[in-house]
Design a protein around this ligand. Structure first.
Ligand code: RB5
Length: 301
């Protein structure tokens, strides 16, 4: 699924439209699936981009003539996978709205600098040019990082009770071009499921893998163990509805399955749905945030 970047400024007539057109140009040039768009926190709707911005973009072969300003709304917000603001104040304001959304300052995401992209509004063409150049300089780094973050690596594991299904899932992941790391077990010889569950959950919690899948006989033992690791939301799913909901509602980062409970056909369908379903955010984000808050209190004290 194509991913989207939302650039946010104040009026949506200068900085953010220039950023979006530059980003779309890179996405296209580099053959990356994805889309950039823009909005303003205090935008008057339907205004064209500033004449200076249009002129500079046109000199660079980019068309801003059709841009019309728009205020940030729920639909645009929901659509965005990554939100980049021009100023720290805009970032802080947006971060209060949703905990699940990735919101960064433009320069922070591009080059790790907590600096604003200044507002050229009302300035001369040279002021606009300096702003456009700042955006153009950061953009290749932004697009590269954005694409890199799209890569999902899966930590995979099983005890002896789930070994055969784990092998089948592994084959399916390879055929479907998923990156994965098999953390064992590597035979049907009896072993202890808490150990393997801890290995897989730790990889995901450390951010080395973005998702985890663990199989045991029932899926229960590994799910109990994995859920004791900070940052893990493991879901035991033996039907497609739960698999989908565990992502949309609970932002589950680990799936557990029982080889002795379901057949491989259904298991693979569950894996496919679970990997493809994004978190729905919104009211669910508030609830997931409460789980994270509890965890933070428990582990920090
Ligand atoms: C192993 O026999 C079995 O107990 C284990 O695979 C799992 O089902 C634990 O929950």
């Amino acid at each position: 699924m194509a991913k989207t970047i939302l650039f946010v400024c104040t009026g949506n007539t200068c900085r953010s439209p220039m950023a979006a057109v530059l980003a779309n140009d890179y996405l296209k040039k580099w053959g990356f699936k994805g889309q950039a768009f823009s909005a303003g926190l205090g935008a008057v709707p339907n205004l064209p981009a500033a004449k200076q911005a249009q002129k500079i973009m046109a000199e660079w072969g980019l068309d801003l003539s059709k841009h019309r300003s728009r205020a940030l709304n729920e639909e645009l917000w929901q659509k965005a996978d990554l939100v980049l603001t021009m100023t720290q104040a805009q970032k802080e304001y947006l971060q209060q709205l949703a905990v699940d959304k990735k919101v960064f300052l433009f320069k922070e995401y591009a080059q790790g600098e907590n600096k604003d992209v200044g507002d050229p509004f009302g300035g001369s063409e040279e002021v606009y040019r300096a702003c456009a150049q700042e955006l153009a300089e950061g953009m290749p780094k932004i697009i590269k990082r954005f694409r890199g973050e799209d890569v999902v690596k899966i930590a995979l594991g099983a005890d002896h009770g789930g070994f055969r299904l784990k092998e089948i899932i592994k084959e399916w992941l390879a055929e479907n071009n998923y990156e994965f790391e098999d953390l064992g077990t590597f035979s049907e010889e009896a072993c202890d499921y808490p150990e393997i569950a801890l290995k897989v959950a730790s990889k995901v919690a450390a951010g080395e893998c973005q998702r985890g899948i663990i199989v045991c006989g029932t899926g229960i033992g590994v799910s109990i163990m994995a859920n004791k690791v900070r940052g893990i939301r493991a879901a035991l799913c033996h039907d497609l509805f739960s698999a989908k909901a565990s992502r949309e509602h609970n932002q589950a980062n680990l799936l557990t399955l029982g080889e002795r409970v379901i057949g491989p056909g259904l298991a693979l369908e569950i894996v496919a749905v679970w990997l493809k379903t994004p978190f729905a955010g919104g009211r669910h984000a508030r609830r997931v945030a409460k789980i994270i808050d509890y965890e933070n209190q428990r582990f920090d004290n």
